[in-house]
Unconditional design. Structure first.
Length: 147
């Protein structure tokens, strides 16, 4: 099948990527052992060569697929812990970026940043690219902080 699809998609890289993913996914769904999947994937990878950018996309898609297959049911408490971890990472990154952009961030502003939701932190991450003074941060927080 890989050989046929390689010939069929010779001039359509997007279609080739889709077929490469489909064939690889089928290896998992057929219940092959890990080593068999790797051996067959090597052949598929050799036959269905993708340009660098599409190969990167393919690898990301495959990684997501593998994670979804391995993920067991996550309780709401585990989900909240994962979200809190993401929020902590975002907050830490934004505080480092703010320090580089506008200088030392006062404790009072750090407290306000800690109260932001993950979505608000993402918005702040984009907005801070326009900041040049500590006052820009203060103004943004006044306009976007929860009351």
């Amino acid at each position: 099948m890989a050989h046929l699809k390689a010939k069929e998609t010779r001039s359509d890289d997007q279609q080739r990527k889709a077929w490469k993913f489909s064939l690889t996914r089928r290896l998992y769904e057929q219940g092959y052992e890990r080593q068999d999947i790797l051996n067959l994937y090597r052949f598929i990878d050799w036959i269905l060569v993708l340009p660098e950018g599409l190969e990167r996309e393919f690898q990301e898609d495959l990684q997501r697929f593998e994670q979804e297959r391995q993920m067991q049911y996550i309780t709401s408490i585990e989900r909240m812990a994962m979200q809190e971890g993401s929020k902590q990472e975002a907050r830490s990154l934004i505080l480092r970026q703010l320090t580089r952009r506008v200088g030392n961030v006062p404790e009072s502003l750090q407290t306000q940043i800690e109260a932001l939701s993950l979505t608000q932190l993402e918005d702040l991450g984009e907005a801070l690219l326009e900041f040049s003074r500590p006052e820009d941060l203060e103004n943004w927080l006044q306009a976007h902080s929860p009351e």
